[in-house]
Design a protein around this ligand. Structure first.
Ligand code: ADE
Length: 228
């Protein structure tokens, strides 16, 4: 199988991502070997009768912190020279189209998702290569963020999207939002599909779509145009 990119996710809640991995376009890409996804429970690397993965923060304060030993062991189990270790955190660089495209060039991503108040800083200092945020808000744990990263990155792995799901006219390609879409019927409750889309003239359709993308972007997200 010519798997281009493999993800190994280390999390306390692997079941949260089972649907991501076996449904829809990502499920198909896993099925036909374009990407690989391993879901691993951090608890499997925890020692002691209680398999503790977290402990109280030194210095006091609310919440619990994920301990370094199980995280180091788990990451070291999967890491090789071609691995990039990514920690999902609201402190990280923002996930954008360009970051997703860049990570899609990698061979192997180990994704660490934290929980509670985060993870021991020594893990971040020593063994994490990059930190990625999916937006300026805090999730109860990073596992859903890991699912978002897998989805956004996989779209840029060759062969993951079929021809009918091409990247070209997508929102954010060329820093423009997507164009409006219509399907049958051509008239619904008195609302008509724009004539040009029924015309069969590919060039006029393409011009119309590009113009709608520009109009929509300058109306809804003008700041995207200035970064063009
Ligand atoms: N973990 C908690 N909040 C997060 C966010 N916004 N992005 C990535 N990981 C997170």
């Amino acid at each position: 199988m010519d798997t281009h990119l493999t993800f190994d996710v280390i999390t306390l809640f692997p079941a949260l991502l089972e649907g991501v991995v076996d449904q829809s376009i990502i499920g198909r890409a896993v099925g036909n070997g374009k990407i690989g996804v391993g879901l691993h429970n951090l608890r499997d690397w925890a020692d002691g009768p209680h398999k503790m993965t977290d402990d109280r923060p030194f210095g006091g304060g609310a919440g619990m912190v994920l301990k370094p030993e199980p995280l180091f062991k788990a990451i070291e189990k999967f890491r090789s020279e071609t691995t990039t270790v990514v920690y999902m955190s609201p402190d990280g660089e923002n996930l954008t189209t360009s970051l997703a495209r860049e990570l899609a060039q990698e061979k192997h991503l180990v994704i660490v998702s934290g929980h509670y108040e985060g993870i021991d800083q020594r893990v971040r200092d020593q063994i994490v290569d990059r930190e990625v945020s999916i937006g300026d808000y805090v999730l109860t744990n990073g596992t859903l963020a890991a699912g978002v990263l897998i989805d956004a990155v996989s779209r840029f792995v060759p062969g993951v999207l079929g021809k009918e799901e091409s990247l070209e006219q997508d929102a954010f390609s060329d820093n423009l939002l997507g164009h409006p879409q219509y399907t049958r019927p051509a008239e619904f409750r008195g609302m008509k599909v724009p004539d040009v889309l029924l015309s069969g003239h590919h060039e006029s359709i393409s011009d119309w779509r590009q113009q709608r993308r520009k109009d929509k972007t300058s109306h809804l997200r003008p700041e995207l145009l200035s970064t063009n």
